[in-house]
Design a protein. Structure first.
Length: 362
């Protein structure tokens, strides 16, 4: 059937898939990923972790450890790393709670000054201002309830992921021979060596991905520290690198890590401009991290062009939220490895790569 299509359909060329076929596959994959994200997100993180820990497990097994013990030791390192992140988050919350009382007094003082300014400038009495805020709060009550419900769902979902991801990772590492054998059985015998190469290079790609992530955190920490030092915040290096590390926890990490330097700068300098400076610094660095630093640092190690990295970050955010912004990059790398070794996907390989063919150089 394929041969007939190649002869009769002009969009087939040299065995390559047509643009319509590729688009159909992309739409189907996006549909499956979106509606199956409750399963695929923890499973994807588990595969990522198992690929990273596989060389460690293999080394421990060569040293005489049993498979189960090697997996337990390897996963312990991941648990310790996660524990350190949670500890840093708790420390930030605790330190902010100690600064809460002067921060609260300063906030009330500022609100009072703003109220006096509005009264003098626009001749709106305090009673009218209070009535306006009460009406605003009443009208936003349903939105606040919806926000609390979404927040509770997000925390329960995160708790589920924290429980199931280590289980998936341990089972993938323990049954890796069975999974590899089953994968080889799916494809023809002549493709077995190609599949083995893809698996090996996938593990190396995940390692390069982690190295790129560490480089991103280092650069973000340095930029945060420089920005906070320019603003004049005390202990800029400490606050800068804590904020950088906690960005690993999507949304919540950067929010919590920014509260303390905002409170400290406001209380120390008795000025609204220093807290605004902290917010501006963190906002600029976060934008640079998402759309400049991350694509360049990670893309250069995975040999993927920056445009594709940015598109995948955006697509991952649409389909899977913050988790997709992390996971879709290594997915893209695996797709390129497969496309490099599939004759019908050479166009995709060219689009994903970071180089330009000599024949098409502009």
């Amino acid at each position: 059937m394929k041969q007939i299509l190649k002869r009769t359909n002009p969009i087939y060329s040299n065995g390559n898939y047509s643009a319509l076929e590729i688009l159909q596959y992309v739409v189907l994959i996006c549909f499956i990923l979106y509606f199956g994200k409750t399963l695929f997100i923890p499973l994807s993180f588990s595969i990522l972790i198992s690929f990273i820990l596989f060389p460690v497990c293999k080394w421990l097994e060569k040293k005489g450890f049993t498979k189960s013990l090697a997996i337990s030791i390897s996963l312990s390192f991941v648990v310790v790393l996660l524990g350190v992140l949670i500890y840093l988050l708790i420390v930030q919350i605790n330190q902010f709670s100690q600064e809460w009382e002067p921060f609260r007094n300063k906030l009330l003082e500022t609100v009072n000054q703003i109220s006096i300014y509005i009264t003098q400038r626009f001749e709106i009495s305090r009673e009218e201002q209070l009535s306006f805020f009460k009406n605003a709060l009443n009208s936003s009550g349903s939105e606040a309830l919806s926000f609390l419900q979404n927040t509770a769902y997000s925390f329960s979902e995160t708790f589920f992921y924290l429980l199931i991801i280590p289980v998936f990772s341990a089972l993938i590492l323990y049954h890796r021979q069975i999974l590899a054998s089953a994968l080889f059985q799916i494809f023809p015998v002549e493709r077995k060596e190609t599949i083995r190469e893809i698996l090996t290079e996938t593990i190396h790609a995940y390692y390069n991905f982690i190295k790129g992530i560490l480089l991103v955190y280092l650069i973000v920490g340095i930029l945060n520290s420089i920005g906070l030092a320019i603003v004049g915040v005390p202990h800029p290096v400490l606050f800068g690198f804590i904020a950088s590390i906690l960005t690993f926890i999507p949304y919540v990490g950067i929010l919590i890590s920014s509260l303390l330097p905002i409170a400290v700068s406001w209380i120390t300098f008795n000025s609204i401009w220093h807290p605004l400076g902290v917010i501006i610094v963190f906002s600029i660095v976060q934008i640079l991290e998402a759309y400049v630093i991350f694509p360049f640092a990670v893309g250069s190690r995975l040999k993927i062009n920056t445009l594709v990295i940015i598109i995948m970050i955006t697509a991952g955010g649409i389909l899977w939220g913050a988790a997709g912004m992390i996971l879709f990059i290594p997915f893209n790398s695996i797709a390129k490895l497969i496309a490099d070794r599939t004759e019908g996907l050479k166009t995709i390989s060219l689009l994903l790569g970071d180089g330009v063919s000599k024949k098409t150089k502009l």
